[in-house]
Design a protein around this ligand. Structure first.
Ligand code: PEP
Ligand code: MN
Length: 264
């Protein structure tokens, strides 16, 4: 169902009027984790000022250590919805359990399935059973073929509003947190008809690489670039090494616009 051979035209996923996959390259930004209403509002206002309408933020955080901040859960979803409603934005957040898909669908515009859950087949089927757009991230060690099969799980349940996200894979290289597999973008676009995003934050894990990675993603044809922004990354409860602060965010947008690659 996701194959370009069977369905030659691009799928355009409509997020309350913000179209993903329509040829316009977009940005999806926001904090790693929802920490408070004020924190999300501060970031969202900065995004809105720069014409970015898609806000991300984690409420259920799949952390490597059980002792790290696990997210605010449903309370975090409520904060995201409140801010999105106030600023007329679209909101994306990760759901980690099949039993939370329904609550996610209630508060969110897009249900994200994270890298660690790319082959959580029960979660894929649950997300495929609601009519809410889904953003599926590539697994940490997943081949492109496995990624496409995971996408098929969602669509085979009836939900065709699916977007894919390359977020780096695990290799022998340690200079970056993961290795951004940039060639996955044109491969996924050739093999499927789905919108393809690139997450530059989790792939590189390095603030100094966000801009060049975003330029590469836009140049190679990604439908959107995802990156994290936090009002004060030094005190962020997760991913403090790679989130941009607000001045860095403005510089990032300025540079992307100056490069001519980003038209937004
Ligand atoms: C995220 O986007 O918040 C996240 C945890 O990313 P990933 O699943 O790609 O690690
Ligand atoms: Mn993060």
């Amino acid at each position: 169902l996701v194959s370009r051979k069977k369905h030659p035209e691009n799928t355009v996923v409509d997020l309350k009027g913000v179209k993903m996959g329509d040829g316009q390259q977009r940005l999806v930004m926001g904090p790693c984790a929802v920490e408070s209403y004020e924190q999300v509002l501060t970031v969202a206002k900065a995004l809105k000022d720069r014409g970015i309408h898609v806000l991300r933020g984690g409420a259920f955080k799949p952390r490597t250590s059980p002792y790290d901040f696990q997210g605010l859960g449903v309370e975090g979803l409520k904060i995201l919805k409140q801010v999105a409603d106030e600023l007329d934005m679209v909101v994306i957040s990760e759901i980690v359990s099949p039993s939370d898909v329904e609550v996610g669908a209630e508060y969110l515009d897009v249900i994200q399935i994270g890298a660690r859950n790319m082959q959580n087949f029960e979660l894929l089927k649950a997300a495929g059973s609601v009519q809410k757009p889904v953003l599926l991230k590539r697994g940490l060690s997943a081949t492109i073929s496995e990624f496409i099969h995971a996408a098929e799980y969602v669509v085979s349940k009836g939900n065709t509003n699916l977007m894919l996200c390359e977020r780096g894979i695990r290799t022998f290289e340690t200079a970056t947190r993961n290795t951004l597999d940039i060639s996955a973008v044109p491969i996924l676009k050739q093999e499927t008809h789905l919108p393809v995003l690139v997450d530059v934050t989790h792939s590189t894990g390095r603030r100094d690489l966000l801009l060049p990675a975003a330029k590469a993603a836009l140049a190679i044809g990604a439908d959107a670039v995802m990156a994290e922004v936090h009002p004060d990354p030094a005190v962020a409860l997760s991913d403090s090494a790679q989130q941009m602060d607000i001045p860095q965010f403005h510089a990032f947008i300025d540079e992307l616009q100056a490069s001519g690659l980003y038209k937004g």
